[in-house]
Each structure stands twice: as structure tokens, then as C-alpha cells.
Design a protein around this ligand. Structure first.
Ligand code: CIR
Length: 255
């Protein structure tokens, strides 16, 4: 179960966020409303939500998932692969917030790069995507830190997606949502795979929080498959974040 969540309010500069999507620029006011609704949905799952102030110098800073990995034993501050995001991991308010919850804080160091959107937790094991943002050295350091705390990690090679969790969501109870290149990846054979059609690929970025699953608005087939598994579903509109490649998981740290 998760007790805590950390989020950061979108900045006024969100329209300048990094993107590969061709869907126009996010509208700040809409993003703010969608973010408030996201926080409300999280609150329904019973977690305590810490809301950090916006940081206008970092257009992508609402995607807090990328700057830290929160485990049961320690929090690990990452070193983002995207240059424009690197200093997001040094923001004092985030580090202070994490220190208020964790005695053990670890750091990924240069030349390692890693964004925690590339890391999927399954119990005490962590799958780490080797992506354009996460390099071999970043993954190596991460696994070394995890092992120091009795946790384990393994690298997953990937080619198509921005982050590992762009195309994967672990819903607990061995249930794994899979899209695109991960449908056939041998690493995930042992899971009960729930395949997401290419037309709804963005819908693969759901989050399990205390037996609820937050599902993005507009992906009815994904939503139905998750409801059929017996989960309570909370639908959240993330259309403004989608325009800059962000989704439900990217917007919070859950621990
Ligand atoms: C980026 O390209 O870094 C942001 N525009 C989107 C980050 C999404 N984060 C995530 O998937 N964990």
C-alpha cells in the first residue's frame, strides 16, 4: 500500500516542455485544473499528498516521477538524461520533502543518467529501461544502490518509447499492462499481460494506488480491461500533459 504521494504544480512555462508529440502546446490554465483533479483522485485512494510549488524555470518539473525513485528502504535522487531537466533533481524543496519521509537518501552521479520514468517497481525488484534518457552507467549505479538495501534490479533494453513506463504499468497481483515493444519482451513473460492496442497506447500509462487504478480519460478499451480485472477505476483527464509526452505516472512519486 502507498501512504504518501509527492506532486509539483505545473509551471506557467509548461507550454515549453520537451515533446515528441505533434498535438500542440499545453494550455497552462487547463493543465492546472487537470492537475487539481489528479490530486483529488489520488486523495480518494487514501494517500497523503504533498504538493510542491511550481518552478517556472523548469517547464517539465511537474513530472516529478523522473527525479527520484522511492523504494521501501530509501529514496534515490536521479540524474535526468535530458539536459533541460537535469537540475530538477537538485531542487531543494523536493530533496527536503524526501528527507522528511526517508532516513536514507542516495544520489546518482555523473556520468550516470537515469530518469525514474524508466523504472518499474514490482515488489522488491526494479526493471530499469535503457533508454535515450537512462544510460548504462545510470542503471548500473541504481542497481548497486538497490542491492545495498537488499533490493534487486535488472536492465531492460528498449528502442521505441520515451520511458519504460510509457508502455508498461504494473497493477500488482501479477497484472501488467503492456503496450508496443514490451508485448513481446521476454522479461515480462511471467506476468498476466493485459495488452494495450496501438490506438490506445498512451492509455498504458496507468497507476495502481491502493487497489484503485487511475486511468487516463479517453481510452475506453484499456479502462474496460482494467475494470474487468476487478479494480476500482478513477478516470483522470491528462490531455494537456499528453501534449508534452507526460502521463499519469509521471506526475507523482508514490511510496
Ligand atoms: C520529458 O520529455 O521529459 C517530459 N516532457 C515528459 C516526461 C514524462 N515523464 C515520464 O514519463 N515519467
Amino acid at each position: 500500500m502507498f501512504k504518501n504521494v509527492i506532486v509539483r504544480v505545473p509551471s506557467k512555462t509548461i507550454s515549453e516542455g520537451l515533446t515528441s508529440a505533434n498535438e500542440g502546446k499545453p494550455v497552462y490554465e487547463k493543465a492546472l485544473v487537470q492537475h487539481e483533479n489528479y490530486v483529488s483522485a489520488l486523495t480518494k485512494t487514501g494517500v497523503n499528498v504533498t504538493v510542491l510549488e511550481p518552478k517556472d524555470e523548469f517547464p517539465d518539473s511537474c513530472f516529478v516521477e523522473d527525479v527520484a525513485l522511492c523504494t521501501s528502504k530509501c529514496a534515490i535522487i536521479t540524474r535526468p538524461g535530458a539536459e533541460s531537466r537535469r537540475k530538477e533533481a537538485e531542487l531543494e524543496d523536493m530533496i527536503e520533502a524526501l528527507k522528511s519521509f526517508y532516513d536514507n537518501i542516495e544520489y546518482i552521479k555523473a556520468p550516470g543518467t537515469i530518469e525514474a520514468g524508466d523504472i518499474m517497481m514490482v515488489g522488491d525488484h526494479f526493471y530499469i529501461g535503457h533508454s535515450d534518457r537512462t544510460n548504462e552507467e545510470g542503471a548500473r549505479q541504481m542497481i548497486e544502490i538497490l542491492e545495498k538495501y537488499g533490493l534487486t534490479g535488472q536492465v531492460v533494453e528498449m528502442k521505441e518509447m520515451l520511458h519504460l513506463k510509457t508502455g508498461l504499468a504494473y497493477l500488482e497481483n501479477n497484472n501488467l499492462l503492456v503496450a508496443g515493444e514490451f508485448k513481446t519482451a521476454p522479461e515480462f513473460e511471467k506476468f498476466n499481460k493485459i495488452e494495450v492496442d496501438i490506438k490506445e497506447a498512451y492509455g498504458a500509462n496507468c497507476i495502481w494506488v491502493n487497489d484503485y487504478v487511475l486511468v487516463p480519460k479517453g481510452y475506453p478499451n484499456v479502462q474496460k480491461k482494467i475494470e474487468d480485472l476487478g479494480y476500482k477505476v478513477l478516470v483522470v483527464d491528462t490531455s494537456e500533459f499528453r501534449k508534452i509526452d507526460g502521463g499519469l505516472s509521471c506526475l507523482s512519486l508514490r511510496f
